[in-house]
Design a protein around this ligand. Structure first.
Ligand code: OGA
Ligand code: NI
Length: 359
């Protein structure tokens, strides 16, 4: 073991620019050591029923009726955001054909010829469009069995459509437009759930920046040794996640992992660190992970609402309207670049970035 030079192995892997899919295409039957989780790193997968809790599925369709319908949805969103930090939504307004084509687009990008895909390969996280295997490959303790295409689509014109890969640019733009609209509605519901004016979070520009991460998790020959995405919380206000039918996403709830089962046509919504911070811990940014499988590839699309590319010195702290004698601020004010610096420089190491800003 002493002779194992991890940095060197990672570097030569990175230089292939072929990602995890490149290993699978080359026919590996044993995954390289730098992907191995510590032996006790992956807790045993618990059946959902063991936790006595399920991630709520909320039908947004009932908002269209009367006022009572909207109040009901706000209440469900509030409860889910406080308890799990996660929920799924149905009747969210994005056509099924768009969801299916979005997943297809991610498959097309990853399954095209390597020469076409590797031109996007980069470790420069400040680029508006890039493809790589693990944004934190050189920082985090364990590599994840996952390749990702990253496109910042808001604010415009960070990534112009012509900069995006041709095989998926149209659907990324179309899906992105729908997600923005949905995000606007979700921020309204979340504002109401916090007891604030309907447009409060939108006015705070929580939905101004939007990044689009297309994940591709190839089938893994040794799924028991490897994780698709390490335990982490999201570095944004809110995430809208589209997953295919393979499964593997799990959420930490009362020290147990519970599944977020794939539902065709549903979207997974979760609270990010920045919303936990400004809501002063009322809404929870909860840790989650993705398990690997021999079956695959698994494809997912995570849309992050975050001011990542909004050049601003604006700082975010707990919302004043929520504070009182009994509810003192729990966080200091942070700028997005301060927060992202902490998040990105440690990578997905299992520790919370948000805790670093706790008072
Ligand atoms: C993420 C994430 C889950 C998934 O991108 O932050 O948690 O299912 N993705 O890919
Ligand atoms: Ni996540």
């Amino acid at each position: 073991m002493a002779s194992y030079d991890r940095q060197k192995e990672i570097k030569s892997f990175d230089e292939t620019k072929a990602g995890v899919k490149g290993l699978v295409d080359a026919g590996v039957t044993e995954v390289p050591l730098f992907f191995h989780h510590p032996p006790d790193g992956i807790e045993v997968r618990q059946p959902t029923s063991a936790a006595g809790a399920e991630i709520p599925v909320i039908d947004l369709g009932i908002i269209n009726g009367d006022r009572a319908g909207r109040e009901k949805v706000v209440e469900l969103v509030r409860m889910a955001s406080e308890r799990f930090g996660f929920f799924q939504v149905l009747n969210h307004g994005i056509p099924l054909a768009v969801l299916d084509e979005m997943l297809e687009g991610v498959r097309r990008f990853n399954e095209q010829k390597l020469e076409a895909k590797m031109t996007y390969y980069s470790r420069d996280l400040n680029r508006a469009v890039y493809f790589n295997c693990n944004f934190d490959l050189f920082q985090s303790p364990v590599a994840n069995w996952r390749d990702t295409l990253f496109c910042t689509i808001k604010p415009e014109p960070v990534a112009r459509p012509e900069e995006m890969p041709e095989v998926c640019r149209n659907i990324i733009m179309e899906y992105g437009m729908h997600v923005q609209k949905l995000g606007h509605l979700l921020f309204e519901l979340l504002s109401e759930g916090l007891g604030l004016e309907t447009q409060f979070l939108n006015d705070l520009e929580c939905g101004k920046g939007l990044s689009h991460l297309s994940h591709y998790y190839p089938p893994c020959p040794q799924p028991e040794l490897v994780v698709g995405t390490s335990k982490h919380a999201d570095p944004d206000f809110l995430t809208v996640l589209l997953q295919d039918n393979i499964g593997g996403l799990q959420v930490l709830y009362e020290h147990r992992w519970i599944d977020v089962p794939p539902i065709h046509g549903a979207l997974v919504i979760n609270i990010g660190d920045l919303l936990q911070l400004i809501s002063n811990d009322k809404f929870k940014s909860v840790e989650h992970r993705v398990c690997t499988s021999k079956i695959g590839p698994r494809v997912s699309v995570a849309c992050f609402f975050s001011p990542h590319f909004c050049p601003s010195e604006r700082s975010y702290g707990p919302i004043k309207e929520l504070l009182s004698q009994e509810n003192r601020p729990k966080y200091k004010e942070v700028t997005i670049s301060e927060y992202e610096h902490v998040y990105n420089s440690k990578g997905l190491d299992g520790e919370s970035a948000l805790d670093k800003f706790r008072l």
